[in-house]
Write a protein that binds this ligand. Sequence first.
Ligand SMILES: Cc1ncc(COP(=O)(O)O)c(C=O)c1O
Length: 377
Amino acid sequence: MQQPAVKPANPNFSSGPCAKRPGYKVSDLNVDSLGRSHRSSLGKKLLGLCCTETARILGLPADYRVAVVPASDTGAMEMAMWSLLGARGVDMLAWESFGAGWVTDVVKQLKLPNVTKREAGYGELPDLAQVNFDNDVVFTWNGTTSGVRVPNGDWIPANRAGLTICDATSAVFAMDMPWDKLDVITYSWQKVLGGEGAHGMLILSPRAVERLESYVPAWPMPKIFRMTAKDKEGKVKITEGLFKGETINTPSMLCVADYLDALAWVEKLGGVKATMARSQANLKVIEDFVAAHPWIHFLAQDAANRSNTSVCLTLDLPEDKVKQLVKLLETEKAAYDIGAYKDAPAGIRIWCGATVEKSDLEALMPWLAWGYEQVKG
Ligand SMILES: Cc1ncc(COP(=O)(O)O)c(C=O)c1O
């Protein structure tokens, strides 16, 4: 088999940090805020825009709150779990590594007594029909390390008693999110938007805010997790400033500039519908390739649950040969960072989020076929 003549113009297919948007230039960022206080009027304005522009572009319900918080998606999720859980029983859903990490948090660190684990192996989803919505429910919208996502929000009742806490980091801006079914949504800038790590986004429904103001967890709350304070009458109140860009501690204003640049790109493309469509078209390139090659398979067992961002594939090759293939494509500068996640079954993972160009995936596919022939022996 001939080595393909054309390489992807951008070989970055990592599942996080993900490829920068097409045409991205760090020199194009508006860096007026660098070297200024994040509490200056300019700093506060830009951080405020991170919240309001996110809400506008995502089309969030008017009464949802948006905050920029420390420590990327992990920070946002742990802040939510530490602040909200314990008032009711909890259903913990997990089907890959990151969901499993949240189970560990709740069972081994918070040591909550009334926890039901609903787990499935790599490639599958737990039975969503079994979920008890009298409990709080913690789940990942898209399992980045298995390429399995929930198909939609139809399994979540509108009149639930518990809260739904959703790690949506590899879904927001790429998948249709039923906001009214979700009480807490978290994501980070480094995924679908190709932004930077470091800061997390935390979105709260009014029901989540009601919980924060009516329930005080028994455990100590680090400053970095605190979202409430007592008012003059001693009542626990949400810290509204946090949802207007008054961050808990010092953020990177360079990352903020980068995020605002990414949001402006989404807007210019035509909004979230456009970024979702780009991601779907990217997945289609891989679907067509898999359909035409019998030695490669989606790890997701059911096409309805197949991720259109973190696309995980298994190959009819022993693990060492898969690793050889990944290395070969990296050496050839055809694809970077496409090895499966360390805890996932052996295979490859190709990011198909909005910042990846379809033409680059089209250029990658012949390299996969060529690489497979080279290593299979
Ligand atoms: C589903 C999921 N949750 C959480 C994380 C952790 O995100 P971060 O490193 O931005 O905190 C990731 C990162 O890949 C992820 O894919």
